[in-house]
Design a protein around this ligand. Structure first.
Ligand SMILES: [Zn+2]
Length: 75
């Protein structure tokens, strides 16, 4: 009587694989906790989920710099 059978929808946490409640009581859903939510966000920001590109960081500027019409006007 004290334990009402309320099935709590849950799914594996994308971060740790633990049980994550999908109910209203879990503000961090679909993660199991706010911590896991931030860990996942951190992965995105860290580039873990980024599509690997070749030497994207050291790309030289493509071509000459664009003409600055405003600067020419002020001269
Ligand atoms: Zn988790």
């Amino acid at each position: 009587m004290s334990e009402a059978p309320r099935p709590d929808p849950s799914a594996p946490c994308p971060t740790c694989g633990g049980r994550a409640s999908l109910g209203r009581g879990n503000p961090a859903r679909p993660f199991c906790s706010t911590r896991c939510k931030w860990v996942d966000l951190g992965r995105w920001l860290d580039g873990t989920y980024r599509v690997p590109a070749e030497d994207e960081d050291d790309l030289p500027p493509p071509g000459p710099p664009p003409a600055d019409d405003h600067a020419a006007h002020l001269r």
